[in-house]
Design a protein around this ligand. Structure first.
Ligand code: PLP
Length: 385
């Protein structure tokens, strides 16, 4: 890896914050099992409780509604199966969107193989999905509605609260994948009105392999994910990943301080980047990028240049971005999200996602823009259009 790196792929993963790394190392040293009866086991249990309180505060729910998981994917899979189990007498129909992360889409595909049916609501040309469009897909036998809070490719913010309100007198339970929205757009897990909401540590400066699921609202008698020693209220057995839990807790605590200021700063940088990149001919910004969108994700199509080619040309200059949804797979394929929002054919395989964090600087934005001004026209010389 080059010494100076301009990292523009925070939606794929983030560096572990020093405070989170220190808490994680400390928890490795304090190795007690939270279920043990002697003092240093009880000390580990006390720490898990403190961390649960801290994550619950940042996520906006009560600590009793928060369950630590091994990742966002686990939370999504668990919530979906738990909702269908609770509503097994309602029916076997699922409503979701065509732009969900594969942690949801592939889980729903598997459920279709198991005998469920699913409707996939498509976004409009700006990447927006209205609450009414979701409600129109809901039937009497719909047991679950799953709609993400922030899309990981375009940054579009979906109207989860409105959907929750419209579903209030329907039996369908509501799950939201809030992985890209957590500590980026203002919300509280309880305030969303969803019955399940999911977050992941490594998107917010915590370690990989840790996440959390909010179970609240109308969710009840939740189907345990793992059966065993009865940890986490019997719903997710298995000795708690105390270092991972310490990591997500410290990371969330650090970002949560002055969050408004950080978000406003990211939004200014996003506008600066959009203004600059729009000066390059034949580029398009996918989806809505107004105040409703997430402040950290920008999806840009560069007509005539394959994303892989531009990605590696940027890498040579020490700039790291992703093509499509890199956090979910390393198999290059045309993005279902871009197709879903009706992106023109010439942009389908010619789009990069730039994603930022509170640590991104104006200098990094300007360096990336200058680099694009140089390499995009050069690369286009060698492509037939
Ligand atoms: N959901 C969204 C929207 C994501 O961007 C990701 C990213 O990978 C996930 C779920 C999966 O999270 P994890 O990598 O923790 O399993």
């Amino acid at each position: 890896m080059q010494q100076h790196l301009t990292y523009f792929d925070y939606a794929a993963t983030t560096p572990v914050r020093p405070e989170a790394a220190a808490a994680l190392a400390d928890a490795l040293g304090q190795f007690g099992n939270p279920s043990s009866r002697y003092e240093f086991g009880r000390e580990a249990a006390r720490r898990v409780k403190e961390h649960r309180d801290a994550v619950a505060e940042a996520f906006g729910c009560s600590p009793s509604e928060l369950f630590f998981t091994s990742c966002g994917t686990e939370g999504d899979n668990w919530a979906i199966r738990a909702a269908l189990h609770q509503n097994r007498r309602v029916g076997k129909h699922i409503v979701t969107t065509a732009v969900e992360h594969s942690a949801v889409l592939q889980c729903v595909k598997q459920l279709e193989r198991e005998g469920y049916t699913a409707s996939y609501v498509k976004p409009d040309g700006e990447g927006h999905i209205s609450a009414e469009a979701v409600l129109n897909a809901v039937r009497e036998d719909t047991a679950l509605v799953s709609v993400m809070l922030v899309n990981n490719e375009t940054g579009a913010r979906l109207p989860v609260e409105e959907i929750a309100a419209l579903l209030r007198d329907r039996p369908a339970l509501l799950h939201t994948d809030a992985v890209q929205g957590f500590l980026k757009v203002p919300f509280t897990a309880a305030g969303l009105g969803a019955d399940y909401a999911v977050i992941s540590a490594h998107k917010v400066g915590g370690p990989k392999g840790a996440g959390a699921l909010y179970i609240g609202g109308r969710a009840k008698n939740t189907l345990p994910l793992l059966f065993g020693g009865g940890q986490q209220n019997g719903l997710r057995s298995g000795t708690e990943n105390v270092p991972g839990i310490a990591g997500i807790s410290l990371a969330a605590k650090m970002i949560y301080q002055d969050l408004d200021v950080k978000v406003a700063r990211m939004r200014r940088l996003k506008q600066r980047f959009i203004k600059g990149v729009s000066q390059i001919e034949d580029t398009v910004i996918h989806g809505l990028y107004d105040e409703t969108s997430a402040p950290h994700i920008i999806s840009v199509g560069f007509a005539g240049i394959r994303s892989e080619v531009l990605l590696h040309a940027l890498e040579e200059k020490g700039i790291y971005v992703s093509s499509g949804s890199a956090c979910s797979s390393n198999h290059p394929q045309v993005s279902g999200v871009l197709k879903g929002i009706g992106a023109r054919q010439e942009f389908l395989d010619a789009t990069l996602r730039f994603s930022m964090s509170e640590f991104t600087t104006p200098q990094e934005i300007d360096y990336t823009l200058d680099t694009l001004y140089n390499i995009v026209p050069n690369l286009r010389k060698y492509t037939r259009r």
